[in-house]
Every structure is written in structure tokens, then in C-alpha cells.
Design a protein around this ligand. Structure first.
Ligand code: BES
Ligand code: ZN
Length: 906
């Protein structure tokens, strides 16, 4: 169920073009003059009515933090915390005030002391504190100006309630097997929530060392970024843990947790202690994560050739967590379903997810934590890189789990893996414990030399003996930055149009426009001034060689080395572009697929299926041609390719079903069942086989039951009854568990029983499957009940509300209900999630982006407009409206061809 969640989030990063919506991105300027005394009138007003001496969102750079001594004492009964800190700062330029971030904290006292400035040598010079909540800043006014190049120590006492949501220092609860509800306290800071837990310089550039102390009751433990040095007994039986001082790091990576969790531990090859923590009853689900994180840590330490710099690494499963995971240095936090693996109820896809998330967050320990972006506008690189490293590391540590790729993968393919890796290592070493920009990475990649290259003036030149294709680019001294800025500064992706004329290969690049056709009036304007540097690769019918060419102009012509019957661009789909074959190009490729699909590589076949359907959406290829291309799928031997084709066909079925276009729905159902019957009938209801065999089984049986294929429904019903009779004790094969539950949920008795089990289950993986099954009910009153439970946040946790609404909106009987709910309960939703949070974006797009009629578009538009007049704006509004318009257009254009194609094909 959270899969949907995952896809959306991954898309955000993987496309690498869309920035996560962090509204503070564009605030770059920071006035460096102390204008306060000269003209207080132009400054904002603090809460006490006095002028606040700073008007920028970004902090001034006159004062920088060096070290934080932070003491925190959360009370898990009264649900609040008292805390104090001492920040050692360096004054770089004379100033009358220190500006810090602080959000929702009650500041009780602030004092200043200095060993270096004699005027402040006496301890405890009390400071005036002004607060400007609109910028989440406080100003500490000093009686006498602080002097440049001297160090000062700021001491602040403060307190607050543990937050209700998922940010800052917040509370989370879980139920034990015995039915008791227990509370823990946990932090989550990225991007700007450290300021909710302690006053700080909450920008990634202000790196400092942190010494953390946590007071707790003896029934709890405390965890933080670093290992514990000692525990001291305090009054009233309380204990106080002191943690080692951290390395230099940004505030958003600080973390601490007070809980009563249990753990398993192991040691990586380098001696780093790795532990997995979960609530005590879930301890038995932690073992896979330990195995995976030890393997992955070993992999990264070798790959980056840089030791993980802390003595320990904890991975903790948090019962209430808004996103999937967070890479806090040394104390990575996860949603339970992103870390825990229960052999009885977690499927092979669940295992892949856990492995990917661990791989992703561990990659951040270097890329993000050791070297950090200067500012949030480069966050896509952090995330894009961690996503890229998932691919590299999982393919090595768990080759059987292999999966797909993105923009950085194209760059790796262009430079060669070795050179790319060298560049990354150079970058990580050069900027360790510091901050860097996009361009710094590109320069490191440009200048990474191999043994076989010789260097001159900082550039690499290829040895003439080297014949590798990629190196010829370096002879031309290609700057990675020139290539990459065409990908990071332009919105969207390119389309390469190719036409073969004898031995000439004519190439043309355009901006790929999904949903905008060439004869639309806006097409021309949307194309203007777009130009990418595209590393084009191609193979031909006459040899297995991979040919390479860097396309830097709008058009280009290449000469094929020999006569060939077909050409396939974007070898192995490593490039981040779509290819359209003009003239007979597509027909030739379709013919190859039908004659002997193995003449093309499996990843090329996936790429062809993908590009063909994308081109249909762009109005460049007719739907029947794309569907003709899928005909060969009955002979497809590569499971990933088969799954990709099935995905598209299934998505058409869902669209038709949701729109209630019954003739096409029926015919498509007949076609799918007739066409894939042999392979469906071959599937066993077990967990046997390779990872890919298992994924195919899950997908095919899910489709078959969804299409009401009698043998499938019969078997699922039988397993469900046996499971109910065994009072939920029978072990159903994990790969078909979701299918069995979904079929079982169609009767009232089954649905009620599942809801009961949902409340009792200790496995997040199982709960996700049950919740999905419950959301497929055809009874509206049951769907309403689920939403009510999600809003109440007890049986169904608030963290699962977004995926619940998403799932209900996918159900033809629930789509209108979910959407009406969002409209009518908008303010209630905002009480639970921030407007720009992941869940809110998933709720908005999840309950609207499948609409495909003009009336629906109008309704959604009106609702968004009403929100905008109240001051709420999100980029996702625009994306949703464009998506619905595209859906409408797709149907207008393709419905008749789909109808006809089916009539011919069944
Ligand atoms: N650092 C991110 C989470 C994040 C990003 C928080 C931006 C706030 C702002 C973390 O590494 C991440 O990417 N988490 C993903 C999981 C991942 C495997 C895609 C998530 O939470 O879904
Ligand atoms: Zn990430």
C-alpha cells in the first residue's frame, strides 16, 4: 500500500528535475550591514512590539556556531520537555545581535559569556530576547557590541510540548501485545525542523559539533547520533546519558530518541557497530535489516574508499513516521514498513523496499551527511544521488533484486563506471565535513582521471592507445558541467527523433511534451530555446557493438558503419530521454520483436514498451501501433519486460473501469484473460522461485482476481476461508497474501474479520496488505468507516491516512467518496499535516489525478481556486490540473482506436 507513496516520492527525486517543495529555496540574500541602529523603522516588529533587527529569511553570517552543548529532558507522561543549551559561536564581524532559528519554543533565559572578550568574562550576562515568529527567528540583543574574531558562549534555557505531528521533537505511540499503549519521543528535522527542538542556526551551511545529554526514566533508553559515554544518576531516580561529541555536521541531521525499544547488533568489517531497534514485540522482525545494513555498510566503505566516520550506526523503526525514512547521522529513522521484515507476512516486494531504503539512507551518510549541499536548492542532488546509489549498491549486494535507473545513471554510462566512481570519491574527499554545490560535483567528475589517462593542467587526456568509446569524449575535453546543466536547469526531458535513410541516421531533438500535440497552438512556444546535451547510444541489427554520440545540437546526421535493417537507440535504457522512430522505424522494431525478441536486449525491450506508450500520450504514435508492439509479450522471456507491458495494459483497464466504459472494460478483460491465460494458469499459490518469478506471480494473480477470473477467485476464497477458520494462524504464501485478503474483503464477514485482524497484527507489512484489501470493498459505508478510523488515528494511524485515501480513490466505488471527503475536510486534514508535506501532496494528487472528464476537471479547478484565494498554493495543484487535462485528451484521441483494436484482437 505504501508502494503508491513510494512511487510518488521516488518520482520526485528520480526525475531529478522537480525540486521538492521547500518554500525557502529562493532566499539567498543576507544583508551584511548592521542597519538596525541606523534605521529601525524598516525592520519587522517582534512579538513584544519592538523592532526585530533582521528582516531576511536567511540568517546573517556574522556569527557562526562552532559547538552546541545540548541538554534535553523529555517527560513522557506530561508530554513536554525542558532543555538547555550552550552554543559556542565565532563572531566574524562586529555585531549588536545574534539571530537564531526557534519555532514554538518558550525561551526562559538567555545569557552570554566569553573567555576571549574581557567585557563578557563574568558568566551570565543576561540578554534581551526578541522573537519574530513569521521567520521562525529570535534575536539575542547584547548590551555591548560583540567583537570580530572572538569566541562567545550563548546559554539558553527553553521548554516546549512534545509536538503532535511528525516534525521537531514529537511523540509517537505503539500498542504492546498485551494491549498497553506506550509513548516514545523522537526527532525528525529535515529540512527546517531542528528549530522546533532547540534554538539553532538551522541552515545546512552552519556545520558544528554537538555534545548531547538526555535525561530519562530508568524504564527507557536514550539514543542519539553518537555512542553513549556515560550515564549519571540524577534526583528522583532519573538517569542522564552523555553522548560523545559529534563530527562537524548540519543541524537537520541531529537526532535523539527516548524509548523502550529492543535491538539486535552486529559489527561491520571496519569495526562499526550496527544496531537495529524496534518496539519490543517487533524485535523478531529486525534481523533482515541487520544483515542488509551490515552488507551495505561494507559495500559503501569500500566503494567510496572513505570510512564511515562514526563508531556506531543505529537504524530505528518508529511507529509514527511521516515519510519513508530519514538519514540522521548515526541514528537513521524509518517508518516500520521501511525497516522491519516479517518472514511470515512480508512479500518479496516488501523485502526489495526495505533493502532499497536502507541502501538509500546509508548512501546519505556520505552523500548528504559528510558532504552537504550548501542550500536546499541542490537537495535534488542529495536525493538523486542516494537514489542512484541504491541501484549501484543493491545490484552488488543483492544481485537477485536488480531494478531500474535515472539521470545520474546516464552520466555514469557516459563517463564509464570507473571514471564516475573516481569523480565521486574525489568530490567526497575534497568536501568532507563541508558543503558543496552542484557544480562542485560536476567539476570533480570532469577532472577524474584514470590510470590510462595522462594529465595536464588539471585535465585528463586519453592515451591514444585507449579504444574505449567513452574516452573519445575526453579527447574533445568535454566538461561534465556543460552537459549536466542542460539537464538540471531545463524542465522536462528530451525526445530524440530518429530516421534511418540507408546508411544515414538523422537525429533531431525536441522537448518531450506529454499531452501536448504537435498541432496544438502552444506546442511551438513550449519548444523554444530548449536544447540538451544528450549522450546518445545505439545498436544495430548488424553487430552487438554500442555506438556513442553526444548530441549537442538540434539536428545531426550520423553515418552507420554498415548497412542495417534496424537501429535501436538508448542502449539498455541508460539514457534519460525518449526515442521516436520515424518512417518505418517502429514497424521494423515491432517486426524484430515478433520474429525473435531476443535479438534486442531485455532492457531495450522494456525501453521500447515504455517509449511507445509515452509517445501515444504525446500524440506521436497511434495507440494501435503501441498495442501491436505488446503482441510479442506472449513469448517474452524476460519477466521485467513482461511486467512492464502488463502494467500498461492493466492501467488501461483501470481507466476504463473507473470511467464505467463497459464495452471496452469487458473486451479488455476478455483480451487480457485470453492472452495471458496460459501464463496465469502456470502460476502456483506459493512463495517458490526467484525474486522475479515471485513478482510475476503476485502481479499475474492480482490481475486475474481483479478481472474476476473464476479459478483465481476460487483459490483465493478457499485460502481465505482456511485462514479465517484457523483464527488467522494459517500461513498464507506472502506473495499472494494481498490477493487473498482482497478477495476475502468482498464479503461483509470477511471484511469485518480483516478489520479485526488489522487491529491485532504486529506486522506493518501485513497491516498494509489488510488495509489495501479493506479499501477495495464495493460498499461505500465500509469505505466511509475506514476514512473515519483514519481520521481518528487510533486503529488506523494518521501516518497511514494518505495511502488509505489514495487506495480508496483507486477503487471505482470509492473515487468520488475520497475526493468529496478531501474537499469537505480540508481544514481537518491541515490539522494533521502541513500543507507542503509529502502526505498532503499524496492526498491531493492521489484523489484527483485519475479524473478524466471535463466536469471533473472543472470541479477540481474550482476547489483549487478556492484554496488559492485562501492563500494556499502548491505546485501539485498545477501538476494535477495538467494531468487531468492530459487524461481527457488521451481518451478523446485514443478511445476509438482502443475499441477497434480490441474488436480485431479478441
Ligand atoms: N532525506 C530524505 C527525506 C526528506 C527529504 C525529508 C526532503 C525532508 C525533505 C530521505 O533520505 C528520503 O529520501 N526518504 C524517502 C525514502 C527513500 C527510499 C526514497 C522517503 O521518506 O520516502
Ligand atoms: Zn533521501
Amino acid at each position: 500500500m505504501v508502494n503508491t507513496h513510494r512511487k510518488l516520492i521516488l518520482n520526485i527525486y528520480c526525475s531529478a528535475i522537480i525540486l521538492p517543495q521547500i518554500c525557502i529555496c529562493s532566499q539567498f540574500t543576507s544583508s551584511s550591514n548592521d542597519q538596525y541602529n541606523e534605521n529601525p523603522g524598516v525592520f519587522p516588529v517582534a512579538t513584544n512590539g519592538e523592532p526585530f533587527p533582521w528582516r531576511e529569511l536567511r540568517l546573517p553570517t556574522k556569527v557562526i556556531p562552532l559547538h552546541y552543548d545540548l541538554f534535553v529532558h523529555p517527560n513522557l507522561t506530561s508530554l513536554d520537555f525542558v532543555a538547555s543549551e550552550k552554543i559556542e559561536v565565532l563572531v566574524r564581524d562586529t555585531t549588536q545581535f545574534i539571530i537564531l532559528h526557534s519555532h514554538g519554543l518558550e525561551i526562559m533565559n538567555a545569557t552570554l559569556q566569553s573567555e576571549e572578550d574581557l567585557r563578557y568574562k563574568k558568566s551570565g550576562e543576561k540578554l534581551t530576547v526578541l522573537s519574530y515568529p513569521a521567520h521562525q527567528q529570535i534575536a539575542l540583543l547584547v548590551p555591548e557590541k560583540l567583537m570580530a574574531d572572538l569566541r562567545y558562549s550563548v546559554a539558553i534555557d527553553f521548554q516546549a510540548k512534545l509536538a503532535d505531528g511528525f516534525e521537531g521533537f514529537y511523540k509517537s505511540t505503539y500498542r504492546t501485545l498485551g494491549g498497553e499503549t506506550r509513548t516514545i519521543a523522537v526527532t525528525d528535522f529535515e529540512p527546517t525542523h531542528a528549530r522546533m527542538a532547540f534554538p539553532c542556526f538551522d541552515e545546512p551551511l552552519f556545520k558544528a559539533n554537538f555534545s548531547i545529554k538526555i535525561r530519562r526514566e530508568s524504564r527507557h533508553i536514550a539514543l542519539s547520533n553518537m555512542p553513549k559515554v556515560k550515564t549519571i544518576e540524577r534526583e528522583g531516580g532519573l538517569l542522564e546519558d552523555h553522548f560523545e561529541t559529534t563530527v562537524k555536521m548540519s543541524t537537520y541531521l541531529v537526532a535523539y530518541i527516548v524509548c523502550d525499544f529492543a535491538s539486535v547488533s552486529g559489527t561491520a568489517s571496519s569495526g562499526v557497530k550496527v544496531s537495529i531497534y524496534a518496539s519490543p514485540d517487533k524485535w523478531s522482525q529486525t534481523h533482515y535489516a541487520l544483515e542488509a545494513s551490515l552488507k551495505l555498510l561494507d559495500f559503501y566503505e569500500n566503494y567510496f574508499n572513505i570510512h564511515y566516520p562514526l563508531p556506531k550506526l543505529d537504524l530505528v523503526a518508529i511507529p509514527d513516521f511521516e515519510s519513508g525514512a530519514m538519514e540522521n547521522w548515526g541514528l537513521v529513522t524509518y517508518r516500520e514498513t521501511s525497516l522491519l521484515f516479517d518472514p511470515k507476512t512480508s512479500s518479496t516486494s516488501d523485502k526489495l523496499w526495505v533493502t532499497k531504503v536502507i541502501a538509500h539512507e546509508l548512501a546519505h551518510q556520505w552523500f548528504g551527511n559528510l558532504v552537504t549541499m550548501e542550500w536546499w536548492n541542490d537537495i535534488w542532488l542529495n536525493e538523486g544521488f542516494a537514489t542512484y546509489m541504491e541501484l549501484i549498491s543493491v545490484n552488488v549486494t543483492y544481485p537477485e533484486l536488480q531494478f531500474g535507473a535515472c539521470l545520474l545513471n546516464m552520466l555514469k554510462d557516459f563517463l564509464s563506471e570507473e571514471k564516475f566512481k573516481k569523480g565521486i570519491i574525489h568530490y567526497l574527499k575534497k568536501f568532507s565535513y563541508r558543503n558543496a554545490k552542484n557544480d562542485d560535483l560536476w567539476s570533480s567528475l570532469s577532472n577524474s582521471c584514470l590510470e590510462s589517462d595522462f594529465t595536464s593542467g588539471g585535465f585528463c587526456y586519453s592515451d591514444s592507445k585507449t579504444t574505449s568509446n567513452t574516452l573519445t569524449f575526453l579527447e574533445e575535453n568535454v566538461e561534465v558541467k556543460d552537459i549536466m546543466t542542460t539537464w538540471t536547469r531545463q524542465k522536462g526531458i528530451p525526445l530524440v527523433v530518429v530516421e534511418q535513410e540507408g546508411r544515414l541516421l538523422k537525429l533531431r531533438q525536441e522537448r518531450f511534451l506529454n499531452g501536448v500535440f504537435r498541432d496544438d497552438p502552444e506546442w511551438g512556444a513550449l519548444q523554444e530555446r530548449y536544447l540538451w546535451h544528450i549522450p546518445v547510444t545505439y545498436s544495430t541489427s548488424s553487430s552487438n557493438a554500442i555506438h556513442r554520440h553526444l548530441l549537442t545540437s538540434k539536428t545531426d546526421t550520423l553515418y552507420l558503419p554498415e548497412k542495417t535493417s534496424w537501429v535501436k537507440l538508448n542502449v539498455d535504457s541508460n539514457g534519460y530521454y525518449i526515442v521516436h522512430y520515424e518512417a518505418h522505424g517502429w514497424d521494423q522494431l515491432i517486426a524484430v520483436l515478433n520474429q525473435n525478441h531476443t535479438l534486442l536486449r531485455p532492457k531495450d525491450r522494456i525501453g521500447l514498451i515504455h517509449d511507445a506508450f509515452q509517445l501515444v500520450s504525446a500524440g506521436r504514435l497511434t495507440l494501435d501501433k503501441a498495442l501491436d508492439l505488446t503482441h510479442y509479450l506472449q513469448h517474452e522471456t524476460s519477466i521485467p519486460a513482461l511486467l512492464r507491458g502488463l502494467d500498461y495494459l492493466e492501467s488501461f483497464y483501470h481507466t476504463m473501469d473507473r470511467r464505467n466504459i463497459s464495452d471496452i472494460t469487458e473486451n479488455l478483460k476478455c483480451y487480457l484473460l485470453q492472452y495471458f491465460k496460459p501464463v496465469i494458469d502456470m502460476q502456483s499459490w506459493s512463495d517458490e522461485g526467484s525474486v522475479w518469478d515471485r513478482r510475476l506471480r503476485s502481479s499475474l494473480l492480482k490481475l486475474a482476481c481483479y478481472l474476476n477470473y473464476a479459478p483465481c477467485i476460487r483459490k483465493a476464497t478457499e485460502l481465505f476461508s482456511q485462514w479465517m477458520e484457523s483464527s488467522g494462524k494459517l500461513n498464507i504464501p506472502t506473495d499472494v497474501l494481498k490477493i487473498v485478503y482482497s478477495v476475502g474483503a468482498q464479503t461483509t464477514e470477511g471484511w469485518n474479520y480483516l478489520l479485526e485482524q488489522y487491529g491485532l497484527s504486529l506486522s506493518g507489512a501485513e497491516k498494509n496488505k489488510i488495509l489495501y484489501a479493506l479499501s477495495t470493498s464495493k460498499h461505500q459505508e465500509k469505505l466511509i468507516k475506514l476514512i473515519d478510523l483514519g481520521m481518528e488515528g487510533k486503529v488506523i494511524k494518521t501516518q497511514d491516512l494518505a495511502s488509505l485515501l489514495y487506495a480508496i480513490a483507486r477503487n471505482p466505488k470509492g473515487q468520488q467518496l475520497a475526493w468529496n471527503f478531501v474537499k469537505e475536510n480540508w481544514t481537518h486534514l491541515l490539522e494533521r499535516f502541513e500543507l507542503s508535506s509529502f502526505p498532503m501532496r499524496i492526498i491531493i494528487s492521489g484523489t484527483t489525478s485519475h479524473f478524466s472528464s471535463k466536469d471533473e476537471l472543472q470541479e477540481v479547478k474550482l476547489f483549487f481556486e478556492s484554496l488559492q484565494t485562501q492563500g494556499s498554493y502548491l505546485e501539485v495543484f498545477q501538476i494535477v490540473l495538467e494531468t487531468i487535462s492530459k487524461n481527457i485528451k488521451w481518451l478523446e484521441k485514443n478511445l476509438p482506436s482502443l475499441r477497434n483494436w480490441l474488436l480485431i484482437s479478441i
